[in-house]
Design a protein around this ligand. Structure first.
Ligand code: CDP
Ligand code: CDP
Length: 222
């Protein structure tokens, strides 16, 4: 039996890394919903659209094609047929994405699109509102977190590997700011669903966290 696995949590908790492994092991589709909000943010920045204006952002999404395509080195993100997989990880996009993601009318369209993508069988989807809004019927819901210090340290290491110099303190404050915006917004805030399992990855390796989720998934599959 194929199931739906929803993984939510704050930035740097390990969601996408672990979701990718779980999907691969189960032969499921992995859907990175954060990448979709990032792609829309990139387009809004390129077109100098007012990020605070709900109507402009909603209209923009209506005229935008966002696609996720599996590839040998993970997942590629296409914005209006162009590969933007790297560009959407820029600092500029990261700093502005929570503003764009706060608009309820835009989110309705995004969520419809995500549900459509999840129809194709076994799926592992990660984001902020997957268990609460996108896939409320998911058989397995995980809320993944880690201390803000550890999450900032991970992002610092990520940047180092990509040749980007960063300050640990600045990363910590940017992550804390984004967590706050995502948790306190009115539209589908980042919150643990009542039936989600809490997984603290602070002291867990990537493979330990993936193993925990695979065991839970096997239980759900009976
Ligand atoms: O990978 P990282 O944790 O930095 O973030 P992401 O998953 O790429 O998500 C980027 C941003 O998109 C989040 O900070 C949220 O503002 C927004 N987002 C959302 O609102 N709902 C989702 N389901 C996924 C992401
Ligand atoms: O998707 P999310 O923002 O929740 O986190 P991520 O991008 O999957 O993980 C951020 C970084 O932490 C990646 O470089 C992972 O390899 C690393 N990580 C880790 O060191 N230990 C874990 N248990 C989970 C993730």
């Amino acid at each position: 039996m194929n199931i739906q696995i929803a993984i939510d949590g704050p930035a740097g908790a390990g969601k996408s890394t672990i979701a990718k492994i779980v999907a691969e092991k189960l032969g499921y589709t992995y859907i990175d919903t954060g990448a979709m909000y990032r792609a829309l943010t990139l387009k809004a920045l390129n077109e100098h659209i007012n990020l605070e204006d709900a109507k402009s952002i909603t209209d923009l999404l209506t005229n935008t094609k966002i696609q996720l395509k599996p590839s040998s080195n993970g997942q590629l993100v296409f914005l209006d047929e162009k590969d933007v997989s790297e560009e959407i990880r820029s600092n500029e996009v990261t700093k502005n994405v929570s503003k764009v993601a706060s608009h309820a009318t835009m989110r309705e369209i995004m969520v419809d699109h995500q549900r459509e993508m999840a129809k194709q069988g076994g799926v592992v989807m990660d984001g902020r509102d997957i268990a609460t809004a996108v896939l409320p019927e998911a058989e397995l819901k995980v809320f993944m977190s880690a201390t803000v210090e550890e999450r900032a340290r991970r992002r610092y290491e990520d940047n180092k590997h990509r040749g980007i110099e960063s300050s640990l303190e600045q990363l910590k404050s940017e992550i804390a700011k984004r967590d706050k915006l995502d948790s306190e917004r009115e539209a589908s805030p980042l919150i643990q669903a009542p039936d989600a399992i809490f997984l603290d990855t602070t002291e867990l390796s990537i493979s330990e966290a993936a193993q925990t989720i695979l065991e839970l998934a096997n239980e759900r599959m009976g």
